[in-house]
Write a protein that binds this ligand. Structure first.
Ligand code: NAP
Length: 263
């Protein structure tokens, strides 16, 4: 399928690795010019170069901590200046720590709010004037399956991302007349460094190998396997495309069927 996004410009946050990187790579493979942002400059530049070499598309890395308002402003200004336009925004950030309600103090709630909700609002507000000029802007927020179904030990992710979903739904209403679509994608368990380092911590502490831990988690997933980053990225590229021009205000999971709710 021809997605119709060749030569468009995408900004993908938190993209030196994991889901953000996969989104950037899949968009670049469709001929999109991509600006990626995350904190570690070396990792970022290495990733930009690797994606560019692999896909033949122009990819640049600009360091940014999405929790820092001044850095975010500078990042979007540089991104817009570099390619002269922004057509697609993929909002993403690192994840908050896992744990139950009683395990977090107010400073941890504040940090999660800044990392996963305020950063999304901030970057979106900065990019909207650019998207309004395109007549076909796209905003895609990476959230989590936890907004659809209870996920143990994930109160920060669940609570804060519900705010992103609410904001996106309101925004879809507000910017619809500008032909800007706003959608959320919900990863289930997708193999990235975050899953390796903290997602399977309990099993590793109980003495399982990484392989055993992943196999044990896969038992509860209808497709009986952990997802691959490119499987989420495929949905992101579709939502970013011309083909998805009438899809807005949705929240779609890519989770191997693990969300048990019917709607
Ligand atoms: N993987 C899954 O199964 C899964 C499931 C549900 C939800 N999610 C959510 O999806 C998001 C991405 O997860 P992932 O698995 O791809 O994580 P990951 O592999 O740990 O990658 C995180 C990326 O975010 C960047 N980053 C972290 N904090 C940042 C900040 N303050 N500003 C800018 N960039 C930042 C990191 O680079 P630097 O450290 O250099 O900044 C890195 O590029 C997270 O919010 C996660 O909770 C993931």
């Amino acid at each position: 399928m021809e997605l119709g996004i060749k030569n468009k410009v995408a900004v993908v946050l938190a993209a030196s690795k994991g889901l953000g990187r996969a989104a950037a790579e899949t968009l670049a493979a469709e001929g999109v010019r991509v600006v990626i942002g995350s904190r570690n400059k070396e990792d970022l530049e290495k990733t930009a170069q690797e994606i560019s070499e692999k896909t033949g598309s122009q990819v640049i890395g600009i360091p940014v901590d999405v929790t820092n308002a001044a850095q975010a402003e500078d990042f979007i200004a540089k991104a817009a200046e570099h390619f002269g336009q922004i057509d697609i925004l993929v909002n993403n950030a690192g994840g908050p720590p896992f744990g139950p309600v009683e395990s977090f103090d107010e400073s941890q709630w504040q940090a999660a709010f800044e990392l996963n909700l305020l950063s999304t609002v901030r970057i979106t507000r900065l990019v909207l004037p650019h998207l309004k000029k395109t007549g076909s802007g796209r905003i895609i927020n990476i959230v989590s399956m936890s907004v659809k179904s209870v996920l143990d030990n994930s109160v920060l992710s669940t609570s804060i991302r519900m705010g992103v979903v609410g904001m996106a739904k309101m925004l879809a209403d507000e910017v619809g007349p500008d032909q800007i679509t706003v959608n959320n994608v919900c990863p289930g368990m997708i193999l990235t460094d975050r899953i390796r380092s903290s997602g399977i911590k309990k099993e590793l502490e109980a003495g399982m190998t990484e392989e055993e831990a992943l196999q044990s988690r896969a038992k509860n997933i209808p497709l009986r396997r952990i997802g691959k980053p490119e499987e989420l990225a495929a949905l992101i590229a579709f939502l970013a495309s011309e083909k998805a021009s009438y899809i807005t205000g949705t929240t779609i999971q890519v989770d191997g069927g693990v969300v048990r709710s019917i709607f």
